[in-house]
Design a protein around this ligand. Structure first.
Ligand code: DQA
Length: 145
């Protein structure tokens, strides 16, 4: 299967950004662990982090033509703001899992609303970097090849 992992704004700073909330693991480590696991299982993993909404949208559009089977996305702050990203995921009709490192429900009320959760296959939050591994397990289990 072909899995696309998308990381939204400020996640390039993982490891140094509010480590009490987001953990000490950097984004490269997260991507490396996911890539290695996919390689071992003979699946294909693609990753993109962007601070720009339009880049994430364009990457989602490209995913359809590339035959991406499943998307794992942490939309970061766009979770709470982006109708455009939501519409992109609906447009390509690729199933996805929403991941958050922190437990957004323990945090400010504005983080309790998501433009993605009601259209996601599933949502994982509050489990730190482990959440991406759990999402990959679930995504692969839902892919045919
Ligand atoms: C986040 C939670 C969001 O509220 C926040 O804006 C982020 C990261 C998380 O992974 O916990 O940037 O998506």
């Amino acid at each position: 299967a072909s899995i696309l992992v998308l990381h939204g704004p400020n996640l390039n700073l993982l490891g140094t950004r509010e480590p009490g909330l987001y953990g000490a693991t950097g984004l490269e480590d997260i991507n490396r662990q996911l890539t290695e696991r996919c390689r071992e299982l003979e699946h294909h993993l693609l990753c993109l982090q962007s601070n720009a909404e339009y880049e994430l949208i364009e990457r989602i559009h490209e995913a359809r033509g590339e035959g991406v089977d499943f998307i794992i996305i942490n939309p970061a702050a766009f979770t709470h703001t982006s109708v455009a990203l939501r519409d992109a995921l609906l447009a390509v009709d690729i199933p996805f899992i929403e991941v958050h490192l922190s437990n957004v429900y323990k945090r400010e009320p504005f983080r309790h609303t998501s433009y993605f959760s009601d259209i996601a296959e599933g949502v994982i939050c509050g489990l730190g970097a482990d959440g991406y591994q759990l999402a990959l397990t679930a995504a692969l289990a839902r892919c045919k090849s």
